[in-house]
Design a protein around this ligand. Structure first.
Ligand SMILES: Nc1nc2c(ncn2[C@@H]2O[C@H](COP(=O)(O)OP(=O)(O)OP(=O)(O)O)[C@@H](O)[C@H]2O)c(=O)[nH]1
Ligand SMILES: [Mg+2]
Length: 239
């Protein structure tokens, strides 16, 4: 199974790739690690393929006299023209750049992802974001999956940083459309857009499971693994 780890800057993509990969190995699976982030200084896992061996954002900044954003866009173009090795491991974990908008919303992203036959995306929601901002980031995750054209599951990471009562509130919130709806602002001229969007979000939230995970402690890895298996089961049901 090819698993593409997605999410905004600093949400824990690289940590999860490393720690979840080591967990999978302990469970007896064969695992490969791919780093597709040409901007990182180091990856916290032993890479089977590391895009930084071909080019880095820093090299592109120097050679093409670009700023960090422009160099990352250029790097993604180069990545989309690069043949990424394919492995027949049980799990190939693919770590992606922190600049999600460059990876997912420029032309290169879907082209890169299309190199894989039927990948699954894990979109990481950072538990520290706070309940009030969850709807926005959840919509972002849906847009990302849609844009890349891949089946995407969502996990809440860094749960070790919250108290149990805070986690409970978040769990209740994710499972309760009424609370959620109140949180989406519906005032003003944009209400025509936000009301249907909030209704869509409620339907999605009720239909999906979102494992609570800590990439640091390994909490929730078993549930994440189960969900990945379920996504790949014949029925495709992730409830
Ligand atoms: N407490 C806690 N910290 C975490 C967890 N996962 C990641 N972190 C920390 O969050 C910070 C960012 O983690 P990374 O794994 O580098 O995040 P990333 O999404 O790969 O970051 P970029 O590639 O730069 O976007 C680091 O300090 C990690 O140690 C977690 O589950 N719990
Ligand atoms: Mg990273």
């Amino acid at each position: 199974m090819d698993v593409i780890v997605l999410g905004p800057a600093g949400c824990g993509k690289s940590t999860l790739t490393g720690e979840f990969g080591r967990y999978l190995k302990r469970e007896g699976y064969s695992v490969r690690f791919l780093n597709l982030d040409p901007g990182c200084l180091a990856a916290p896992y032993q890479c089977d393929f590391d895009i930084r061996e071909r080019f880095t954002v820093e090299q592109i900044m120097r050679s093409e006299r670009l700023g960090p954003g422009g160099a990352m866009v250029r790097a993604m173009e180069k990545l989309s023209e690069t043949e990424i090795p394919k492995y027949s491991a049980d799990f190939t974990l693919i770590d992606t750049p922190g600049q999600l908008e460059v990876f997912a919303f420029q032309a290169a992203g879907p082209k890169i992802v299309r190199q894989y036959r039927d990948p699954v995306g894990i979109f990481i929601l950072d538990a520290c974001i706070g309940i009030q901002d969850l709807p926005a980031i959840y919509l972002y995750s849906l847009a990302t999956g849609h844009r890349l054209g891949i089946e995407t599951i969502r996990i809440v990471n860094k749960v070790d940083m919250l108290r149990e009562s805070e986690l409970e509130a978040m769990r209740e919130y994710l499972g309760n459309p009424v609370i959620l709806k109140k949180r989406i602002h519906t005032r003003g001229t944009l209400s025509d857009i936000y009301v249907p969007l909030s209704e869509l979000l409620q339907r999605v939230l009720l239909a999906q499971r979102n494992p609570f995970v800590s990439a640091r402690t390994g909490r929730g890895f078993g549930e994440l693994l189960d969900l990945l298996h379920e996504v790949r089961c014949a029925c495709g049901d992730t409830t």
